[in-house]
Design a protein around this ligand. Structure first.
Ligand code: AMP
Length: 353
C-alpha cells in the first residue's frame, strides 16, 4: 500500500481553520484520555465508533466526545467527514490494528510521522530499527531449525499479545505452530522485569533532555498486566501447570531505580536519532518495551511509535511528569499542548503527516 504524499496532507492542513480544529480518534485504546485532554485544551472532539460502543463512551461524561461518527466497522475511517470538520487524528494502537495498511493512505492529517507507523507495523523492520539504533534486542530465529532455546512466537500485527506461544526446539515449533515461519517473529524468551517507559519527542521544545533534532521527555512508566502470565503463580500454587500466555488485560504505573534513567534516556535518544536516518524522525509519543535482567542488562523487544494505553494509568499523577513540568501532565495533555504550540507557530506541518 502506498503511503500518502506529505504534500497532500500539507494541502489539507492549509485548508483547515486554525480556530476551529477538532481532535478525532477511534473509540478504543486510549481514546478516553485523548478526548479528556482535548476537551481540557479547548478542542472540539470527534469519536469514531460503532453503534454498540457509543453507550460506553457516553457513560464517561467528562471524556465523551462532543460528536460521534458512527461506522459499521472500525476500519472504515470517514476521511471526508473528518476533513470537512477540520479534524486532526490522534493515532493509537487500535487505530493501527483496525485500519491495517489502510492507515498509510488515509487522507486525513495524523499526529506524528506516518512513516513511523510503517516501521512499527512491520515487526522485522521494527526490530531492525531497534538493533540498528544500538539497542540490545533478543536473539531472533529466522529458520525453524535454528531454534535452540526457549522462544516466544509472535503473530503479525498488534493483537494485544493474543496467540503467542512458547517453543524450545524446532520439533516443538512444528508441533505447535506448523512448518511456516514466514510472517512470524520467533524471539528468544527473555527473563527479567518488563518496563514500558513513555517518551515524548518534540521538535519545538528547547528545554528538557536535548537531542540533535529536538527535546525528549519521559512522562511515565507502566507495566502491563498480561493474562495468564502475570498471575500464573495462582495456578502453580493450586497445583495446575499451565503454559504462560501474554494477552494484555491492563496496565499499572511503576517507578524504577533512578540510576536506570540514564540508560532509558540513552536508549530513547538512540531510537530517535536513528528514526531521523531511517524515515525522517519520530514525532510525539512513543514507548520502548524493555526487559531488564538481574545483571541490569536492558533488552528492547518492541517499540510503539504512538501513544500507548499504559499512559492512561497515570493521567492524574506521574512523578516523572511532575519532575519534568512541575505539575501533572498526562500524555494526552502533552499531545494537546504540542498541537496548540504548533497552531500558534503555524507549524502543524511539522507534527502531522
Ligand atoms: P509484544 O506484542 O511484543 O508487545 O509482546 C506482548 C507481551 O509478550 C509483552 O508485553 C511481554 O510480556 C511478552 N514478550 C514479548 N516478547 C518477549 C520476549 N522476547 N521475552 C519475554 N517476553 C516477551
Amino acid at each position: 500500500m502506498e503511503v500518502i504524499k506529505k504534500s497532500k496532507i500539507e494541502k489539507l492542513l492549509s485548508s483547515y481553520k486554525s480556530t476551529n480544529i477538532a481532535i478525532a480518534t477511534i473509540c478504543s485504546h486510549s481514546a478516553l484520555q485523548i478526548f479528556y485532554s482535548a476537551k481540557k485544551y479547548g478542542f472540539k472532539t470527534i469519536g469514531i465508533t460503532t453503534k454498540e460502543r457509543k453507550a460506553i463512551y457516553d457513560a464517561f461524561t467528562s471524556s465523551r466526545p462532543d460528536d460521534y461518527i458512527i461506522v459499521d466497522n472500525f476500519s472504515d475511517i470517514p476521511v471526508d467527514e473528518l476533513v470537512s470538520q477540520n479534524a486532526l487524528m490522534i493515532p493509537h494502537g487500535s487505530l493501527i490494528e483496525y485500519t491495517g495498511d489502510k492507515i498509510l493512505s488515509l487522507e486525513v492529517p495524523i499526529f506524528g510521522n506516518r512513516n513511523s507507523l510503517l516501521w512499527e507495523k512491520n515487526r522485522v523492520k521494527m526490530l531492525e530499527w531497534l538493533s540498528s539504533s544500538g539497542l540490545k534486542t533478543p536473539k531472533k530465529f529466522n529458520r525453524i531449525e535454528d531454534i535452540d532455546r526457549l522462544s516466544i512466537v509472535k503473530l503479525p500485527g498488534a493483537k494485544g499479545g493474543a496467540g503467542y506461544v512458547l517453543v524450545s526446539s524446532p520439533e516443538e515449533f512444528v508441533q505447535k505452530v506448523g512448518s511456516d515461519i514466514n510472517d512470524l517473529v520467533v524471539q528468544e524468551f527473555l527473563v527479567g522485569v518488563r518496563i514500558y517507559p513513555h517518551f515524548f519527542f518534540s521538535p519545538f521544545e528547547t528545554t528538557g533532555y536535548k537531542t540533535k533534532h529536538g527535546c525528549l521527555e519521559m512522562l511515565g512508566i507502566d507495566r502491563r498486566i498480561e493474562s495468564n502470565a502475570d498471575e500464573i503463580y495462582r495456578s502453580l500454587a493450586a497445583g495446575l501447570k499451565k503454559d504462560p500466555t501474554f494477552v494484555i488485560i491492563g496496565n499499572e504505573p511503576i517507578v524504577i531505580r533512578e540510576s536506570l534513567l540514564y540508560n532509558l534516556f540513552k536508549y530513547a535518544e538512540a531510537v530517535v536519532e536513528k528514526s531521523f536516518d531511517l524515515f525522517g524522525g519520530i514525532i510525539g509519543p512513543f514507548c520502548l518495551e524493555l526487559l531488564i535482567t538481574d545483571k541490569l542488562e536492558i533488552y528492547a523487544f518492541e517499540i510503539s511509535a504512538r501513544i500507548v494505553a499504559g499512559t492512561s494509568a497515570q493521567i492524574n499523577y506521574s512523578p516523572y511528569a511532575l519532575f519534568t513540568h512541575g505539575h501533572e501532565l498526562s500524555m494526552g495533555d502533552r499531545i494537546m499542548a504540542e498541537i496548540k504550540k504548533a497552531i500558534e507557530l503555524n507549524r502543524l506541518n511539522d507534527i502531522f503527516y
